[in-house]
Design a protein around this ligand. Structure first.
Ligand code: KIV
Ligand code: ZN
Length: 508
């Protein structure tokens, strides 16, 4: 059975989602989880793009042991040099060089003739090959490129030393029939002494990113690129968890599988959702909260008689644990650390101590602490060590004209605690106005969403907010988890505001 390689670009293309800005620590945390999930190659970033990107690629290169670590580069020597520098400590380094080949991109964006594009591919792929064993080339906007010219560009890259050819559907324009046939055409018409791996890279503008990736596989692609939860530019990228499950569940059809450790899927998705601040829609395939819920009486009856009637994926297959025993107020430290081990956490004494304290505080408020609660607790714990701004106290007051008042205290740097008060037409607005005063900034609130982490009246709340710079329109996400909705809302806003503030200071 063929094994399809999985190339994850959550930290590069996924970070191009409006509002998503991971810091280096978060990127390494996600990268380590992706390695556990079974990803073959991670695109850790675009090293020339910024100091932050460079630093993150370097840190991931040092941390990853099994995965190949790739860096993105335009067809420019300075990009390739920067990627080489960032990846020099990687056990398995790879470069990903790209150049657009569609008429509209060549004429308006690059202002290059087709001949100049071909010459640039030869020059820069050869240069990349002089520095890396593994060179991947992408003809950007491949699906809107004239077919013969695409073949010429791909053949040029192969002749210059690329052994991985990625075919991006950059604007999500293609459909499964057309995209599949494009792979067939290219694979049948290239010539090479070496094995060439063809890879799909799809965007979801027409909702076909996963279907297109699978069509590429049916037509000879041996690698698929995408992101966790499908996050990415505009409508996003191929959701890798969907491809992994489609291959697994329909092995009979695709005659292929992957190295993905399926029961790490939910945990990977939760981590990316929380750190990116992009909530997973309830009805999202594989990882959405409703993906394993059966509502209609007929369906419920069928599933009780035999799950196969309406359930093609067993929840535990993807790490959704429906019948694991929850912990409670009386659970001791031993039960807690055993449970954490079962959930895959390897914590040292100090980490256990902090986590147990947080668990006890939660168990005081919540009768049953489920696996989801514990995973959320661990995500929150690792995130807080990174934050400088931290919420200390929120107090609410009713104001007689019908508005609400809030007094908020928070740390804005390692030493100082500041307190401010403000009113708003509701409690959340009053809290957010107070935080704005403390932070001395006034971003625009673009999105506020709330979800319950588990079912039940005493569920913890997870709040997602997006704030926007009123001038540049740059967006910043934040997430907050708490037993109390207002506290979770405040935490999410503090995080987004801190990211906003850092960017303002950086761009001064
Ligand atoms: O969508 C795209 O074309 C890309 C390339 C850089 C591969 O992300
Ligand atoms: Zn892309």
């Amino acid at each position: 059975m063929a094994i399809i390689q999985f190339f994850d670009t959550t930290l590069r293309d996924g970070e191009q989602t409006p509002g998503v800005n991971f810091n280096t620590k978060e990127k390494v945390q996600i990268a380590m989880q992706l390695e556990k999930w079974g990803i073959d190659t991670i695109e850790a970033g675009f090293p020339i793009a910024s100091e932050g990107d460079f630093e993150a690629v370097q840190a991931i290169a040092q941390a990853a042991k099994r995965m190949t670590v790739a860096g993105l580069a335009r067809c420019q020597k300075k990009d390739i040099d920067r990627a080489h520098e960032a990846l020099k400590e990687a056990v398995h380094p790879q470069i990903h060089v790209f150049l657009a080949t569609s008429p509209v991109h060549m004429e308006y964006k690059l202002k290059m003739t087709p001949d100049e594009v071909i010459a640039s591919i030869t020059e820069h792929v050869s240069y990349a090959k002089s520095k890396f064993d593994k060179v991947q080339f992408s003809p950007e906007d491949a699906t809107r490129t004239e077919k013969n010219f695409l073949l010429k560009a791909v053949q040029t890259a192969i002749d210059a030393g690329a052994t991985i050819i990625n075919i991006p559907d950059t604007v999500g324009y293609s459909n499964p029939t057309e995209y599949g046939l494009l792979f067939k055409y290219l694979i049948e018409n290239i010539t090479s002494q070496e094995e060439i791996i063809f890879s799909s890279h799809c965007h979801d503008d027409l909702g076909m990113a996963t279907a297109n990736a699978l069509a590429a596989i049916e037509n000879g692609a041996k690698r698929v690129e995408g992101t966790v939860n499908g996050i990415g530019e505009r409508a996003g990228n191929t959701a890798l968890e969907e491809v992994a499950l489609a291959l697994h569940i329909r092995k009979d059809f695709y005659q292929a599988d992957s190295n993905i450790v399926l029961n790490e899927t939910k945990r990977t998705s939760d981590l990316v959702s929380h750190l990116s601040g992009v909530a997973v829609p309830r009805n999202k395939a594989i990882i959405g909260a409703n993906a394993y819920a059966h509502e209609s009486g007929i369906h419920q009856d069928g599933v009780l008689k035999n799950p196969d009637t309406y359930e093609i994926i067993t929840p535990s297959l993807v790490g959704v644990n429906t019948n694991s025993l929850p912990l409670g107020k009386l659970s001791g430290r031993h039960a807690f650390s055993t449970k954490m081990e079962e959930l895959g956490y390897q914590l040292n004494e100090e980490e256990i101590k902090i986590a147990f304290k947080r668990f006890k505080a939660l168990a005081d408020k919540k009768k049953q602490v489920t696996d989801e609660d514990l995973i959320a607790l661990m995500i929150g714990q690792s995130q807080e060590t990174e934050e400088i701004c931290r919420l200390e106290r929120v107090q609410l007051q009713y104001v007689s004209d019908g508005s609400q008042g809030a007094i908020v205290s928070m740390k804005t740097d390692k030493e100082e605690t500041k307190t401010e008060s403000a009113i708003g037409s509701g409690s959340i607005q009053a809290i957010y106005n107070s935080i704005d005063k403390i932070m001395a900034q006034q971003p625009e609130l673009k999105q506020y969403a709330i979800k319950a982490i588990t079912g039940g009246e005493d569920a913890q709340a997870e709040v997602y907010v997006t704030v926007q710079d009123r001038e540049t329109r740059q967006q910043f996400n934040g997430t907050g988890i708490d037993f109390d909705v207002l506290q979770a809302s405040a935490k999410a806003y503090v995080q987004a505001s801190e990211r906003f503030k850092k960017e303002m200071e950086r761009s001064k």
